[in-house]
Design a protein around this ligand. Structure first.
Ligand SMILES: [Zn+2]
Ligand SMILES: [Zn+2]
Length: 330
């Protein structure tokens, strides 16, 4: 079914700060934000939107609505290396003649995009260990060839966006806080005097959990630590990677903690009997049957909770003919 495509839109949030709402082709995630912040004779652009046919024109349309142009971009800053936040970095930097700054732990994106076949093979191996059937794996592998990467060209940062680095704007300096969990490369930017938080996908207005699986030891644990980091900042206004700005930042942090606790409890609840595969555990945790469309997402998220519990000594895994079965301890 053809969906009515959204158009890029720009709007002023504060004097010197604009939200650029860019369309995305994903079901359930119709758009993402880039943020323009006045900086001297131009702007700092935080996040880029994903790359697809016509996507740069959508960004230009959004900029035009607030009287800005790509040529005004003096610096691109990416909150993390997912395609909807970094995918257009290359063409923007080329057009604007500027640098791109991002956290150095970007291999989860740059290595996968640099070798998509190896990345697919790895995803299939994880799915096989999770208990996915050979037939379903073949179907997924066929479809995966057609998934768009969303990335115009793999570019690495000109400067590592790590604590101590400051992004200078007319609204003041923005400090960098490492907030891994959603992605290993994730950072939030904080403007202390105005208590403004650029939260990327770490904190969203509509709570939705997602972690990159397989790149760090415990994405769920890292995410919980990052919630503490952001909670400490006592931000007044949150400018997130998707959706409208929101003010009740602490309540959103708390909502995320609660949802993590619910998911962890649901995973443990599914392990009350015999050892189970991730394929057997995921449907009960999410209240959805696995399908070609949702399996990669739901299995990777379930595995993040299982490895989190494993590190706490609350579950163990036992390989069984190439398939991993999980069991509660005690
Ligand atoms: Zn993301
Ligand atoms: Zn995003």
């Amino acid at each position: 079914m053809a969906r009515q495509r959204e158009l890029g839109r720009g709007e002023k949030v504060l004097p010197g700060l604009w939200r650029l709402r860019l369309p995305l082709p994903w079901p359930g995630v119709p758009h993402g934000n880039a943020w323009a912040i006045a900086a001297g004779s131009g702007i700092v652009l935080v996040d880029t939107g994903m790359h697809e046919a016509g996507s740069l024109a959508q960004l230009e349309r959004a900029l035009d609505q607030v009287n800005l142009r790509l040529e005004h971009v003096r610096l691109v800053v990416c909150t993390h290396a997912h395609s909807d936040h970094w995918g257009q970095a290359a063409p923007i930097c080329e057009r604007a003649g500027c640098e791109m700054w991002m956290h150095p732990n970007h291999q989860h994106a740059t290595r996968s995009a640099g070798d998509p076949e190896a990345a697919l093979a790895r995803r299939l191996e994880v799915a096989r260990q999770s208990g996915v059937s050979e037939q379903a794996l073949r179907q997924y592998a066929e479809r995966a060839k057609e998934f768009p990467s969303g990335i115009a060209r793999v570019v690495e940062p000109d400067r590592d966006l790590v604590p101590g680095v400051v992004v200078e704007t007319d609204l003041g300096d923005w400090e960098v806080f490492e907030t891994p969990g959603h992605a290993p490369s994730h950072v939030c930017l904080f403007q202390r005097e105005r208590r403004l938080l650029l939260s990327g996908d770490h904190l969203l207005g509509r709570i939705s959990l997602y972690y990159d699986y397989g790149w760090t030891p415990d994405p769920t644990g890292e995410f919980l630590g990052s919630l503490d980091v952001v909670d400490e900042l006592d931000a007044r206004l949150c400018l997130a990677g998707h959706g409208r700005p929101f003010t009740d930042v602490h309540a959103h942090v708390e909502g995320n903690r609660q949802l993590v606790a619910e998911r962890v409890a649901a995973v443990l609840g599914a392990l009350d009997g015999r050892p189970r595969t991730a394929v057997e555990i995921a449907p009960g945790v999410y209240g959805e049957q696995l399908s070609q469309a949702n399996a990669a997402w739901l299995l990777s998220q379930t595995l993040c909770y299982l490895t989190h519990l494993e590190r706490q000594g609350r579950v163990t895994r036992a390989p069984d003919g190439g398939v991993e079965r999980w069991q509660a301890v005690g």
